[in-house]
Unconditional design. Structure first.
Length: 213
């Protein structure tokens, strides 16, 4: 089942609950960008962009865009009070030194060991992997937001990734329209099943072994 607009918002809202006050957070392109809209303003979370911003704000209203202010995906953004601007070298330095508390990414596949594949399908043309490798390896917590299955109905949570890896053993939490799953010691532990899905639905659409409390 494809994730529609409502499911995307549900997933993003659950992901926002993983963010605590004062954190520095990087949001990947696509579904992860919706997360910012569910983080309370008084949390004073600083959102990081690889192109050189710490403190991105909401998307501007139509007509109010600043042509010199965009996120790493090229979309117009605003800046919150206290935001900082710097070159991409400093932006990646922040990532590589481990200063980011959370990164939230999309994925093509996640293995039961927490391996992440999210940047290329062989034979498809892509602009590049961007900062995904650095973010996945160096962030203190990595959260993946994705459909539970692909467009063909095949499981995206697998025993072993068949697509090129972005980084091994890096994912901490997987959030889909069907479940919230923690990766603990190379095992997948289902924290919550999301309505209207059932345990049977989650098991039948997952290739990897799941553990239930």
């Amino acid at each position: 089942m494809d994730v529609g607009v409502d499911y995307r918002r549900v997933i993003a809202e659950w992901a926002a609950k993983e963010i605590k006050p004062g954190m520095h957070v990087n949001l990947g392109i696509g579904m992860p960008t919706l997360v910012a809209g569910f983080v309370p303003e008084h949390y004073n979370v600083m959102f990081h962009a690889e192109n050189g911003i710490l403190g991105t704000g909401p998307y501007p209203i139509k007509g109010g865009e600043d042509e010199n202010l965009c996120d790493a995906g090229g979309f117009p953004v605003t800046a919150v009070p206290g935001a900082s601007f710097f070159d991409s070298t400093m932006a990646f330095g922040i990532i590589r030194r481990g200063y980011l508390d959370v990164t939230i990414l999309g994925a093509l596949q996640v293995s039961e060991a927490g391996d992440l594949a999210n940047w290329i399908v062989p034979g498809k043309r892509v602009p590049g992997m961007g900062g995904a490798i650095d973010l996945a390896q160096k962030s203190k917590k990595v959260i993946v937001l994705m459909n539970h299955t692909n467009k063909s109905g095949e499981a995206k949570i697998v025993k072993r990734c068949t697509l090129p890896l972005t980084a091994p053993s890096c994912v901490d939490v997987i959030i889909t329209e069907r479940a919230i799953i923690d990766v603990i010691n190379n095992e997948l532990h289902v924290r919550r099943i999301l309505a209207p899905y059932t345990m049977k639905d989650v098991i039948s659409s997952t290739e990897a072994e799941l553990h239930f409390s």
